[in-house]
Ligand binder design. Structure first.
Ligand code: RIB
Ligand code: CA
Length: 308
C-alpha cells in the first residue's frame, strides 16, 4: 500500500486520475490539493470536490493552492476543458467548501504526520510543488517521489515546443526538476500512445456511476482531440501518471538529464531530455519512454468499474 497525495487541476483527465486512485487498493489517497491550470483554482478546487461527491467520498480532504504561476501570467485551458474545467460532466455543484488551509500547508502537515515517505502525484502545473519545496525544504526527505504528468521528449501540445503543465509554470518545473526528490516524468510521448477509445468508453458507461461520469466527460473532451488531431480516441494524460503508481509495469522509464526552458517563446516550458547521453547532464528524472497501452486501458476500465 503506497500512500499518495494528488495535486491536480481538474480537468477531465485529472478527474479520471482521481477516480482511478480511489478505486485502487494499491494506493491510499491521503488527500487532494488543487492548483490553477486547466481553470482557475476556484474552479479546479470545486471540480475536485464535485468528483469526490459523485463517488460519495466526502471523507477525502481537498485543499486549494496557488491562484497563478510563480512568475508567468495565468493561462487557463478552457479550449480543452471548458469554462467549468469539467464541461460535459453534468456534475452538480460541490457539496462542501475546501479545507480552510492552503494546499502547501496541508501537504506539509500531512507529510509530517506520516510514518513513511509519501508519493506526490502531480497532474497540473507544478506551482504548488515548487512553493512546497521552497517553504518547507524538509519535505524533500518526506517524499518518496514525485510522479508528474508533464513535459515531452518530442512535440508539445500548447505550443510546438512545450506541454501545457510545464509551459504554464516553467519556473516551478525547474524548481522541481532541480530538487533532490526522485522525479518520474510521464509526458506526452507516452500519454499520446494510450488513447481511451469509444469501445472502452462504452464499457465504462455500462460499468458504474463513475464509469458513466467518465463517459460523459469523454464525450466533450474527446471532441477536442478529434478536431485537432483527427483521432478517434483521447489521451487520459493524468490517469496514466496515476496508473504508474498503481502498476509499475505499465511504463518503461529511463533515468536521464532533463532541463526546463524558462526563457521566452517559442521554447518556453520545453523539456530538453538528454535521452541518448549526448550531454553531460546529471540524470534528474525517470522519463517515460514506453507504455503498455492495452494493459493501462484494461486497468482503467476494470478499476473505475469498481466504484459506485
Ligand atoms: O498537457 C496535458 C496536461 O495539461 C494534463 O494534466 C491536462 O489535465 C492539462 O492539465
Ligand atoms: Ca491536469
Amino acid at each position: 500500500m503506497r500512500r499518495i497525495i494528488h495535486d491536480c487541476d481538474p480537468g477531465h483527465d485529472d478527474a479520471v486520475a482521481l477516480l482511478l486512485a480511489l478505486a485502487s487498493p494499491e494506493v491510499e489517497l491521503l488527500g487532494v490539493t488543487t492548483v490553477a491550470g486547466n481553470q482557475t483554482v476556484e474552479k479546479t478546487t470545486a471540480n475536485a470536490i464535485r468528483v469526490l461527491d459523485c463517488v460519495q467520498r466526502e471523507d477525502v480532504a481537498v485543499a486549494g493552492g496557488a491562484t497563478r504561476p510563480l512568475v508567468r501570467e495565468r493561462h487557463v485551458a478552457a479550449h480543452v476543458h471548458g469554462e467549468t474545467g469539467l464541461d460535459g460532466s453534468g456534475l452538480p455543484s460541490p457539496s462542501r467548501a475546501p479545507a480552510p488551509v492552503h494546499a502547501i500547508d496541508w501537504i506539509a502537515r500531512t507529510l509530517a504526520s506520516q510514518p513513511d515517505p509519501v508519493t506526490l502525484v502531480a497532474t497540473g502545473p507544478l506551482t504548488n510543488v515548487a512553493l512546497l519545496l521552497a517553504r518547507y525544504p524538509e519535505v524533500e526527505g518526506q517524499l518518496e517521489q514525485i510522479v508528474l504528468m508533464g513535459g515531452a521528449i518530442g512535440e508539445g501540445n500548447i505550443t510546438p515546443a512545450a506541454e501545457f503543465n510545464l509551459w504554464a509554470d516553467p519556473e516551478a518545473a525547474h524548481r522541481v526538476f532541480t530538487s533532490t526528490v526522485k522525479v518520474t516524468m510521464v509526458g506526452l510521448d507516452v500519454t499520446h500512445r494510450a488513447l481511451l477509445t469509444p469501445e472502452r468508453v462504452e464499457q465504462l458507461a455500462a460499468s458504474s456511476g463513475a464509469g458513466r461520469l467518465v463517459a460523459n466527460m469523454y464525450a466533450f473532451y474527446a471532441e477536442v482531440y478529434r478536431r485537432r488531431y483527427g483521432w478517434s480516441g483521447a489521451p487520459v494524460h493524468d490517469a496514466l501518471a496515476m496508473a504508474h503508481v498503481i502498476d509499475g509495469n505499465l511504463l518503461e522509464t529511463q533515468h536521464r538529464g532533463v532541463v526546463i526552458d524558462t526563457g521566452p517563446e517559442p521554447s518556453r516550458g520545453r523539456t530538453y531530455v538528454d535521452r541518448w547521453g549526448i550531454s553531460e547532464w546529471t540524470p534528474n528524472a525517470h522519463v517515460a519512454v514506453g507504455v503498455d497501452a492495452e494493459r493501462f486501458l484494461t486497468l482503467l476500465v476494470e478499476r473505475i468499474g469498481r466504484l459506485p
